[in-house]
Design a protein. Structure first.
Lengths: 201, 34
């Protein structure tokens, strides 16, 4: 296994101290995710309106890739929740049709990632990423159920959507976020190597 | 709705423990490999 792979998969201890670099990463990724999710949100609203909870579940997983990415880059408790609040606040500012309700998704999706990471003992391996993506996807849907007045007692589709949400979140957020973190760390490592080599006389 | 919310909270906790248990198992396997 390369040193980069080891870096991505390593187990790190809990550290609440946020550096300026960490804060900048959370803020920048929050803004990028807010922009991307505004576009994804429009497609999600269409799918949810046409196909109901099952249609929404297919795309639900596509919202949390940045939550996983920021957690794997910053590796500090609270960064996924902070990113969720920032990205949904931007979505509101950009005119998400759900209005202030959007903030609820940021909080529930962020909490999904935070709880799984905390319970895993902050293990930064691929299985944790898949579990965190799946959890965030499904936990975010609980907010959809509350906000949209779904009735799980009578609507079977709400229950059928659960496994679709889990798979969609695991792949579109967990796997994608992990791969992006892996790629970014590889690029950063090769840039550092290049700098070191050019510094040698 | 109460049942739905309870199932979702349980799922969240179950996924966290799955990540913990599987991670611990992997770490144990790595130690055995050495």
């Amino acid at each position: 296994m390369s040193s980069t792979a080891v870096n991505v998969a390593r187990k790190s201890s809990v550290n609440f101290h946020y550096s300026w670099r960490d804060t900048a990463i959370v803020l920048a990724l929050g803004l990028v995710a807010g922009l991307a999710n505004t576009a994804t949100g429009n497609v999600w609203f269409l799918a949810n309106e046409r196909l109901g909870p099952l249609g929404g579940a297919l795309l639900q997983g596509g919202f949390m890739w940045a939550y996983i990415l920021v957690m794997w880059l910053v590796r500090k408790p609270g960064c996924a929740l902070a990113l969720g609040v920032i990205e949904t606040a931007l979505e509101i500012a950009l005119g998400n049709s759900a209005g202030m309700t959007t903030l609820g998704w940021g909080i529930t999706q962020g909490l999904g990632v935070e709880v799984v990471l905390a319970l895993s003992g902050y293990r930064f391996d691929i299985l944790t990423a898949l579990c965190a993506g799946a959890a965030a996807s499904q936990f975010g849907t609980t907010w959809t159920a509350i906000a949209f007045g779904w009735t799980p007692a009578s609507a079977l589709d709400v229950w059928k959507a659960v496994p679709i949400n889990l798979v969609s979140g695991a792949i579109l957020s967990g796997l994608l976020g992990f791969m992006l973190a892996y790629g970014l760390e590889a690029i950063a490592a090769s840039m550092r190597e290049g700098e070191d080599q050019s510094a040698v006389p | 709705m109460g049942l739905y919310l309870s199932v979702n909270v349980l799922l969240l906790v179950a996924l966290g423990y799955l990540a913990r248990k599987a991670g611990a198992k992997q770490a144990a396997l790595k130690v055995t490999d050495r």
